[in-house]
Design a protein around this ligand. Sequence first.
Ligand code: PEP
Length: 251
Amino acid sequence: MRKKIVAGNWKMNTTVPEGIELAKAVAEKSAQLPANVGLVVAPPFTHLAAVAEAIKGSRVELSAQNCADHEKGAYTGEVSVAMLKSVCCQWTILGHSERRQYYGETDGKLVEKVKLALSAGLGVILCVGENLDEREAGKHFDVVAGQIKNVLYNFSAEDMKSIVVAYEPVWAIGTGKTATAEQAEEIHACIRSVLADKFGREVAEDTTILYGGSCKPSNARELFAQPDIDGGLIGGAALKADDFIQIALSF
Ligand code: PEP
């Protein structure tokens, strides 16, 4: 059975002391969760070592929000997958819409990043999603299917064991506007069928697909009740330990 996961993307929020406090609160409260729900926090790079220490011994796993598209060398300001591993990171988010939109992250670059992350033994949370214009033009299925094909069709069924997909409609991120459970479910089912076309039904059924976009305690239950929604990638609501845990209790 595929794993249920709730992952918190802290983005560029919290100082290191605030991040340690938040991580400790999440770790402490995580004991209430059922065993089949995985919990991941993704603080900024500067926080990773301290947060790793703060969550040590708990069930909370650590993720980066991005990684470099090169192994090492003269890439000022970048952080490599080996660096992430060295601070006990288990995951990295890749292809978040804010990276695609503001930092020119392309599907081609993502292929390189996913390769590096997997070769370092990191799990990948790959974000896909359409913007408002694409949705209004009725292109959302094609856009998301295209992103999945452009990136994940370069990998193997074995690689898919370390990859989680996060569907995040760009128009729902940080806007307070959530996709309805039906809108989210139909795209999740589409993603699963695009994965099945390449990797077979069994691999597609085993792949965890998260929803992201203004997910909060008040709407998580309805979203997570959908057959193809296996959890959430949470932005704003991940900055409050109580809300984050409440979301993870919504299965
Ligand atoms: C995100 O950025 O991944 C996200 C889902 O943000 P929010 O929950 O704030 O919409």
